[in-house]
Design a protein. Structure first.
Length: 423
């Protein structure tokens, strides 16, 4: 019988991972969901299917039923508090803890020691990938711990939540988190470099469009995606961050701490963190890592927002029209859909009113046909022919109009809602 899985933490990464576990993993029992904000778990359960998932109202309820416990939480303090609560209240002997949060390597070692002392198994399993890649099951897992424990965890990664994994069997748990942080330094550096490049392109008169074309040709994937976010204005226009400024700064702090302990410096990360501090000051906690572009713009005497929505949206269309569909294009299409979601809602309202107005017009025309049809022995034929013609035309028009709302015709927005957006 397959293990019962309990998933704690339903931010953007957790929700995407749950979706793929439900769809692809070998489960004999419903996936158990838990989130501190209970409504998130309820909503996700409804979206994934109440027969495939269940909601635990407390940690105790979920842990008691589970064989495998996933945690994907926001920061070190939350992870430690959650694990401590579980260990203090339950016998966890034989259970497997899979910890996929982005935390400091030292924190991971402390948690692992506590879990193992309680008789359970532990695997450090941070993941690489953007929210859309979590939703698409295209993450990269990094699994560290005893080989037997890693083997128990692997069925939930490659082919399920991930397109592949980096196997660190029998390596210290901290190595997985060290790789995760070093990898995230590349993301910070990439966003910083793109921001500075876009600002220079604009200030020098080159223009960001040409730079974006070059980036898309030379560095397709994340570089092109972040370049598109900057051009489109998504970095300051979205309602909820894809990679929140506080989480990006947490990673930067961990990186700088790791570098200092290792006797080195990460100067690029220091610059990015300084820009992130400006993003936090300008936007608040809803700031996004891509807002580094806005901070760099302000330093150069430009406005934080680039007011370049249309050009950026066109760039997204150009970048996503080519096949085959890769994880990066999935991310871009979801982003493009996000940029269009408000107009799409307005279109639906407009279509609804159009249907009713059209119905009223057809009703009036049918009434006129009834009243003004030529009198005589063919009056009934005239009336029925005119009315049937009007109704047929209306139905064809209405079907064509409503077809525009069909998901195969209208580009679908990603299932990632704001609750997903959590690094």
């Amino acid at each position: 019988m397959a293990p019962t899985v309990f998933f704690i933490g339903l931010g953007n990464m957790g929700r995407g991972m749950c979706k793929n576990i439900v769809e692809k993993a070998a489960l004999d029992r419903p996936l158990i969901l838990y989130n501190r904000t209970a409504q998130r778990a309820i909503d996700l359960s409804a979206a994934l299917g109440i027969t495939k998932t269940s909601v635990a109202s407390t940690l105790a309820e979920g842990v008691a039923k589970a064989d495998v416990i996933f945690t994907v939480l926001s920061n070190d303090q939350v992870v430690e508090a959650t694990i401590s609560e579980i260990l203090a209240q339950h016998d966890v002997t034989g259970k497997l803890f899979i910890e996929s949060s982005t935390i400091h390597p030292d924190t991971t070692e402390r948690i692992a020691a506590a879990v193992i002392a309680a008789g359970a198994e532990f695997v450090a399993a941070p993941v690489f990938g953007a929210p859309a890649m979590a939703d698409a099951g295209q993450l990269i897992g990094v699994l560290a711990g005893p080989k037997s424990s890693v083997a128990r965890a692997k069925p939930y990664f490659t082919g399920v939540t991930a397109k592949g994994d980096i196997d660190m069997s029998d390596e210290p748990y901290s190595k997985a988190l060290t790789l995760k942080l070093v990898g995230n330094s590349f993301i910070l550096n990439m966003v910083e470099q793109l921001a500075e490049g876009h600002v220079l392109a604009e200030k020098s008169g080159l223009g960001t469009e040409y730079l974006h074309q070059w980036v898309s040709s030379m560095f397709p994937g994340p570089y092109a995606a972040y370049s598109a976010r900057m051009m489109s204005g998504d970095y300051y226009q979205r309602d909820y961050p894809l990679f929140a400024v506080d989480l990006a700064r947490k990673d930067a702090r961990h990186l700088m701490s790791l570098a200092e302990a290792s006797g080195t410096r990460l100067k690029n990360v220091e610059v990015a963190d300084a820009h992130l501090a400006q993003v936090k000051e300008h936007v608040g906690e809803m700031g996004d890592i891509a807002g580094i572009y806005g901070a760099a713009r302000k330093e150069a005497g430009l406005e934080y927002g680039n007011q370049n929505y249309k050009q950026g949206t066109n760039a997204l269309h150009l970048m996503t029209k080519h096949k085959p569909c890769t994880p990066s294009t999935v991310q871009l299409r979801n982003l493009d859909a996000h940029l269009q979601q408000k107009p799409a809602r307005q279109d639906r309202q407009t279509y609804g009113w159009s249907i009713f107005i059209g119905l009223a017009i057809i009703g009036a025309m049918c009434g006129a046909a009834w009243v003004f049809a030529p009198k005589g022995e063919n009056q009934v034929l005239w009336r029925s022919s005119l009315i049937l013609s009007f109704i047929s035309c209306y139905l064809m028009w209405a079907i064509t109009l409503l077809a525009q709302l069909h998901p195969l015709i209208e580009p679908r927005r990603s299932d990632l809602r704001k609750e997903y957006i959590h690094h």
